[in-house]
Write a protein that binds this ligand. Structure first.
Ligand code: FAD
Length: 290
């Protein structure tokens, strides 16, 4: 079913993000974790897509299996870095054949270390190009896009980032999933500014429960988001005293509090980054009692 229709029927909700394990040997354990997460009754589950190759075929297969075997409604991430129109069209046709109805239209990450990155194809320079391409040729899909409560690292100003976010919606995107963030005020401000620009689609906040210092350092280095200094010091202190278990306890408590505040502030739901592990998300969903 299309996510835009699902959101109209049920709020608040929990949704989940998975990434496709690279090695086939890991798939069994992956689907076991996914099976456990049925208890959360997610409105949809998103499956990431490796920019520039690698895990693209896996995304399709994992998403189809999550739909047909686990009973989840998948949202497939689709990036345009390095893609031609023919390849995107063929991939969309394959998704359609597999019963996928929802796409998160993304440009994709720059190659590592390339801050002044320019897209390497003329046809799809930005996510907005993929949105308009899909609206023209594949109108049956429900299309979401990424949004950035802390502006995208390549945006010169907050105003420009918001203007391009609005542009993606004007091209036909129907909802926004945000980059992870740790300060609820950033989400409230982001949604408020979009509303003031007459952008009124659902904005689903992306929440990462921190499980270890190593993983949060790595993830922040990839996505350009930041963590409040006070919270980070608390995590470091916990790591010194109690190791990974103490860090994840604080991370979990913080994520639950963040979700509660977001739902109170009017977020339609919360999108939890699972990192392919069930326990933290089961705990959060249980506490939220949605
Ligand atoms: P765009 O919307 O194209 O924005 C990129 C930059 O260009 C921004 O600064 C924006 O303000 C500006 N801009 C946007 N449109 C225009 C325009 N028309 N003209 C000029 N400037 C413009 N990456 C992956 O590789 N795989 C994934 O599965 C994946 N999943 C993600 C899921 C979420 C929820 C989020 C938030 C990000 C995800 N990413 C993923 C990362 C994403 O690909 C990167 O953040 C990427 O650098 C930007 O993608 P975008 O779709 O936001 O790009």
């Amino acid at each position: 079913m299309r996510i835009c229709d699902l959101i109209a029927q049920k709020t608040p909700f929990v949704s989940l993000e998975f990434y496709p394990p690279k090695e086939r040997e890991q798939w069994g354990a992956f689907f076991e974790e996914a099976e456990k997460l049925k208890a959360v009754d997610p409105l949809f589950v998103s499956v990431t897509y490796g920019a520039g190759g690698g895990t693209q075929d896996n995304t399709l297969e994992i998403a189809a299996r999550l739909k047909n075997e686990t009973g989840f409604e998948p949202l497939v991430h689709l990036t345009t870095v390095g893609a031609t129109e023919e390849r995107i069209a063929a991939y969309l046709r394959d998704l359609k054949t597999s019963g996928i109805e929802n796409i998160l239209a993304l440009r994709g990450d720059p190659p590592r270390g390339m801050c002044d990155f320019k897209p390497d194809n003329e046809r799809f320079q930005h996510a907005s190009d993929l949105v308009s391409f899909m609206r023209a040729g594949f109108p049956e899909f429900c299309v979401g896009v990424a949004g950035y409560p802390q502006p995208h690292p390549q945006s010169p100003t907050v105003a420009e980032d918001l203007a391009w976010t609005k542009f993606k919606i004007e091209q036909g995107a129907q909802f926004i999933v945000t980059q992870l963030f740790f300060d609820v005020r950033q989400y409230v401000d982001f949604v408020g500014r979009l509303k003031a620009m007459n952008v009124d689609v659902p904005v689903i906040p992306g929440i990462l429960p921190i499980m270890s210092l190593g993983s949060i350092r790595f993830i922040l280095s990839l996505c350009g988001a930041s963590i409040p200094g006070k919270f980070y010091l608390e995590l470091e202190e916990a790591d010194k005293k109690g190791g990974a278990a103490a860090v994840s306890e604080i991370g979990l408590r913080f994520a639950i509090d963040q979700c509660r505040q977001l739902l109170d502030a009017g977020a339609p739901g919360v999108h939890l980054y699972t990192l392919n592990k069930a326990d933290a998300c089961l705990h959060i969903a249980g506490e939220l009692n949605i």
